[in-house]
Design a protein around this ligand. Sequence first.
Ligand code: DGJ
Length: 690
Amino acid sequence: MSSVTFDAASRTYVLHTPSTCYVLGLDDGDVPVCLHWGPELTVEQAVTLPREQAPPASSFDGRGAGEELVTEAGARFDPPSLQIAFPDGVRGVDWRHLGHTIDGGGLTVRFRDALHPFEVDLHYRVHPDSDAVERWTTLRTEVPVTVLRCDSAAWSVPALPGYRLSHAVGGWSAENGLRRVELAVGETVLTSRRGLSSHHANPWLMLDGGDATEKHGEVWSGALAWSGSWRVTVTRTPSGRATWTGGAGHEGLTWRMEPGEEWTTPVFAGVYAPDGFGGASRRWHEHVARHVLPVPDEPRPVLYNAWEAVGFEVAEDNQKELAALAARVGAELFVMDDAWFGGRTSDRAGLGDWWPNPARFPRGLTPLIDEVHRLGMRFGLWVEPEMVNPDSDLYRAHPDWVLHMPGRPRTLLRNQLVLNLARQDVADWAHTWLHKLVSEHAIDFLKWDCNRAFTEAGWPGGPDQDRLWIKHVRSVYSIMDRLRADHPHLRIEACAGGGGRTDLGIMSRTDQVWTSDNTDAHDRIAIQRGFSQIYPARAMAAWVTDSPNPLTRRRTPLAFRFHVAMAGALGLGGNLLEWSSAELDEAAALVAVYKDIRPVVQFGSQHRLDYGVQHTLGDRVVVLAWRGPVAHGAPLVPLRLHALDPLGRYRDEDTGRVHHGAVLMSSGFTPDLPRGDYASALVRLRKENP
Ligand code: DGJ
């Protein structure tokens, strides 16, 4: 159940998710403050929550923590969520409550500034089947203002004796590096200034008291649904409170709002979990599946992608040869990657010229697409609509279409520039060729790539320059939305040089994310663990590629590579032309096993284990276990399973052995790992009828 209740006497709003509760109230000055975010409370209990602000400790102190959106007005010294400059020199918003609307699980609390015709709506949404509280903000003005900052929401956690911050950092081919660190007293900024949500930081965080584990302890978490630059500032005050505020855009960007205009932020969702990091992650997975992904219940196909096999040497013949082998091992979707178009034979030319390369596809794409379909697979195609190589017909015709600043160099990264999709003509061009491409070919899937960060992000002559950081992202969203609406069968994979655009914003219009260009199964374990903190397995594209791995040169057994990739949406990306017949047979057998466990992995609940992962759906349990290189004699700790029926009996579907649920959860079991480095195992258990 979820509900929103307003208690008029105490001016308290109580939001219930199925198992948590969020309470905000208005103080005497109409300031919206968070009164509670945590376990269930009844409305009767919620209205008694203390809301008095302690008076400032000295003439150098301000209001205490806990505001729903921190503005710059009055004695406030925490990082502002809302920085507005009015034309008369006044800064900040002095809250005046105007009222609210409650609509099912939706709540909008309306305010205006005490002085100016400027309104702020705080939005909240809860669902009957998710513990996430979704929040966002709308501004409206009747006077011209400068927006120096407008976060989606500020979040406060209860006063705790200590605080620990979990977040993800990394880089290209090293995404989702999980960090758990004591939260520094002061301000910790998590941000991307790259125009993408980025490989380097991911727009989510978790706070706990330093005592949470995978299984136990309270965790407060947030994830921003935005695929461009963003900033979250986490504050731990010397007086012992912890809060965060966050939204789209990095520091220093400003936007003008003209009279009559409305500005809406992306959603920043929050999840409270009483049952550890694992509990928080499962709540996020459920939320993403139920309220973010467009087609959550469709099994993700086993795909084959030829990028690591042929790189830029794409041609009709080699694609057909690879397609035949992909079909042989059981792939259901064949994706042709980069270099099928224009003069694109390396990363130096052709981006922007979106027609089949006549030398490589003299009869166009249709013969290949027909062949892929004849082999029983769907057909997918790589595109990179936001980018252009200077060596392209498009750039020669429209050099002004890229982000640039007069007099500054146009910095090349991967020999390409960023098209300014904030310009309507550029966005229309991108939509038109994509729509035509999909309309004129039997394309089932697009891999939408984006291979560089923004630089010289200017728009000479454009209105309100900094808006491009927001508008570009909104154009990407709107093109994807229009493509999906016009081509309901079309599925989209989000990619930005691997996982550079992994966030709830892009996930709400794509089906999966290309997790990382690093396909080394050993490295992938950590990358996938970081991914799984917020994002579900069904959206985590994971390929089995060659050994030695082309990036790291590490050698790992085929089964290990499969068992790691099977924890997500399995794909193959190796050069199948060089795989032996025995390897192809082994791969085919493992793909068949994956198809058997796919519903459990993709639609079940996930428990991270010490050296593996458990997926559970109904009466089925799948355990994938992996070990890297270990010293002789290193203990192999039994894996203790979770959330089983303690009285149930679980039969190992491969060995026939029967385990008791209670024993699997208390003593665990030791997977039968082969000797040697990079050992792995897959265990399929099915609960027997009593
Ligand atoms: C980066 C992607 O992550 C790769 O998978 C591949 O599509 C290349 N781009 C192609 O240029």
